[in-house]
Design a protein around this ligand. Sequence first.
Ligand code: NDP
Length: 409
Amino acid sequence: MAKVVIIGAGGVGQVVAHKCAQVPEVFQEITLASRTVSKCEAIAEDVRRRQGRSLKTATVDADQVPQLVSLLEKEKPDLVINVALPYQDLTIMEACLKTGVHYLDTANYEPRDTARFEYSWQWEYRQRFQEAGLMALLGSGFDPGVTNVFTAWIARHALDELQTLDIVDVNGGDHGKAFATNFNPEINIREVTAPCRHWEEGAFRETPAMSSSTRFACPEGVGMYQIYRMYHEELESLALNFPTLKKAQFWMSFSENYLTHLRVLQNVGMTRIDPVKYQGQEIVPLQFLKAVLPEPSSLGEDTRGKTCIGVIAQGIRQGNPHSVYLYNICDHQEAFLEVGSQAISYTTGVPAMIGAKMMLQGHWMKPGVWNMEDFNPDPFMDDLNRYGLPWTLQDPAQVTIPQADPAPE
Ligand code: NDP
């Protein structure tokens, strides 16, 4: 039995708090800390009402290592679950090293002033975590996270040689707003507007953002969606950890309405991440935009529809070409009824809880800084079925494998 501190009380933090509270045999004590303590208190109240458990709450500015250190020294947790923003990854890792606490997150570190998505900064901590006898688990959400575990499971159980990967993330949900993002708007828009990179024949190839797209028919009646090729951080570690991969691509669905709004916001400069002077003050347009958009955690009640996220893998089995598709479908309203959040937060928060459980139960515990595919996928896959994200294997794959065509005008 263990004690955890969850940092971040947004859409994902809410789900992690509920899911940890549902597993008291592992998560005996839970503290929820964030910059705005009233958000922690609201979540704690909801957890008390739905799960009948009490959480402690605390204020912390996770950009400040000394504040984090005093929180961790006071709470003495076994593990920090970081579901604040990617900007805080390194400060929280530093504080964990100073206080002897294990670490987990769901998104790679990003510097505020450049939209660069890579693990280099966090992988630099490998030796320090190893020497301290501590573990850091990176990217324990859905994508990255479950998609890495799906890939490891396919490499272990379904194919003798893994040759191509297509990770397809479809959100078939409708929140009824003119424009909103399903997770932190600032992080979402930085990701979507960045140049696309995919892995091909031993190197990352760069193409303009959203310049390739195709139609994808989801299984089980979820529907047909336009998906766009983009860069996503799990491609970096997967390309490295599965050297037989000839090609690896990531695809995400976007509605025409979302893309039209985004294009206009980009054209008028609202997605800029460099500061501009406004009435004698410096503001970052994208941060201002975030302040006027709906909070992702507020979208749950009205969002209808399903997500369908999975991995299509091609390779060799018993000497012959073979393909499989491993996916999860999650219903926005079912997630809302269970924990008060839409499915994007749910599909991120559940794997964060399971990753923490893997570490605390010792299934996945070794000093150093690791990605999800570095571990045996089997106990994690069992827990996905058990804690709300059941998966399905199509063997052989019965979906059309996405081909990179130019995006429609
Ligand atoms: P939200 O914006 O809803 O929540 C972020 C929370 O972090 C807020 O409570 C915010 O506090 C808090 N926070 C921000 N800065 C600080 C700080 N300096 N100190 C303490 N707390 C801080 O985001 P989401 O919940 O949607 O996303 C959380 C994380 O999950 C992000 O890193 C995101 O990239 C990741 N994610 C990962 C996915 C995956 O599949 N791997 C998918 C979706 C998200 P305040 O309320 O005061 O602003």
